[in-house]
Design a protein. Structure first.
Length: 154
């Protein structure tokens, strides 16, 4: 895929990231629910994709990544992408589920989401840079709210 082919998805991703970030500052309860869904669905999609076409993670993310990430992608990651993506997807699903919990678990879920978004930023256009950093900022308002209840109100 050429850079021109990436442009429309990157622009759309960044517009959506800005919208999600702005909504997070104003509608924390709703966005808590939505971020949880986003993380869990993304994790499930990654699991399905890696088991159907694991090489897509190498060819899709490798060329645009920064040099250090390229070394990892074309090195140990390329030897067993299924293992790495499964672990990442599990982290996404767990972070999303924890966003729906309360107290410390909630904060761990939000921090997990922030760390995830920062960690994928060096993938460059493969992660629709800078959308992942914008979304990380969008999780901060949720981190500042102490949750005494789960989204299910228990």
């Amino acid at each position: 895929m050429s850079y021109e082919e990436y442009m429309i998805p990157v622009i759309i991703s960044n517009i959506l990231a800005v919208i999600l970030m702005l909504l997070s500052f104003h509608f924390t309860n709703f966005m808590r629910f939505l971020w949880g869904i986003i993380f869990m669905i993304a994790g499930i999609i990654n699991l399905i994709t890696v088991y159907n076409n694991p090489q897509i993670y190498i060819s899709g993310f490798g060329p645009a990544a920064i040099d250090y990430y390229k070394e990892i992608i074309y090195g140990p990651f390329s030897e067993n992408p299924g293992l790495y993506v499964t672990l990442i997807a599990a982290g996404q699903i767990i972070a999303g589920a924890l966003m729906w919990s309360k107290h410390l678990w909630y904060n761990i879920g939000i921090l997990g989401g922030i760390i995830f978004f920062i960690a994928i930023a060096p993938l460059g256009v493969g992660s629709a840079f800078p959308s992942s950093l914008i979304m990380a900022v969008g999780l901060f308002p949720l981190l500042l709210k102490w949750r005494k209840k789960t989204i299910f109100r228990t």
